[in-house]
Design a protein around this ligand. Sequence first.
Ligand SMILES: Cc1cc2nc3c(=O)[nH]c(=O)nc-3n(C[C@H](O)[C@H](O)[C@H](O)COP(=O)(O)OP(=O)(O)OC[C@H]3O[C@@H](n4cnc5c(N)ncnc54)[C@H](O)[C@@H]3O)c2cc1C
Ligand code: FES
Length: 257
Amino acid sequence: MKQIADFTIVGREQLGEQYFTLTLQHPDKLGPIAAGQFVEVEVRNCREVMLRRPISIHDVDESKNRLTLLIQIVGKGTRKLSELEVGASLNLIFPLGHGFAVAGERPLLVGGGAGIAPLFHLAKCYKAKGVEPTILLGGRTKALIPVRDAFVEYGRVHYATEDGSLGEQGLVTQHSAFAGEYDHICTCGPTPMMKAVGRYAMEKGMDCEVSLENMMACGIGACLCCVCDTDEGHKCVCKEGPVFDVRKLTKWLEASK
Ligand SMILES: Cc1cc2nc3c(=O)[nH]c(=O)nc-3n(C[C@H](O)[C@H](O)[C@H](O)COP(=O)(O)OP(=O)(O)OC[C@H]3O[C@@H](n4cnc5c(N)ncnc54)[C@H](O)[C@@H]3O)c2cc1C
Ligand code: FES
């Protein structure tokens, strides 16, 4: 069930220049949170940012009623959030959207940039089911792959960087681990990356879920600003996604952008 609540920031970590994490304490029980669900964060004291910002749930600590967000600084709102310190409060609407199925016995998780965020909670959910995923993380350089080491506990981790500063040089779809034997793929990251992963899965007839990051406003299916043209008609990415079965996204896969 959706909640709106003030959280207290109990941890903040800067990860290179562009990324930071915020660990947030909820006053009460969090309730169930699926991997791939997101929050709408209020950006306070910033006149230029009227709307909440959608951010994936990166990690959940049910025993302590805590959530962690992994945020990339890209504009006014995320910059303002990056200035918050431990002890400050942050208002969230959560959990929003429809998460990953946590399906398959040999899953491959493919993440790029800030799209790595929901894959951490997802890897933990697989591990809780007794399944060890293969995790392939990509970025232009090593510095643009945040939270590298934490994944190791939850799966077999591989890296692809365009400049070769970490793992194999090239795109994630060119990585040798990409061509392994999998029965389910989950991906989140830049649209061209997700489309390449989605097309590969379609060619191979493999199950594949993609987590779309369309621009959002309300986050609850009311304003229609996040609509995606799917094979089942127009769907609100905030409410009926952000995670979709790629077989329902053939128009999205075919579109050039
Ligand atoms: C479901 C969902 C989950 C997300 N999860 C995360 C996450 O875990 N971590 C994270 O760092 N980011 C995440 N994002 C992206 C994040 O919401 C945007 O980066 C953020 O809203 C930008 O706000 P801003 O005020 O800093 O940027 P603005 O000043 O509004 O814009 C700066 C630039 O960012 C672009 N931008 C703004 N919003 C988006 C968006 N939704 N997608 C792509 N580009 C955008 C703008 O076009 C502009 O070029 C997610 C987005 C969605 C829809
Ligand atoms: S953001 Fe308003 S309907 Fe999706």
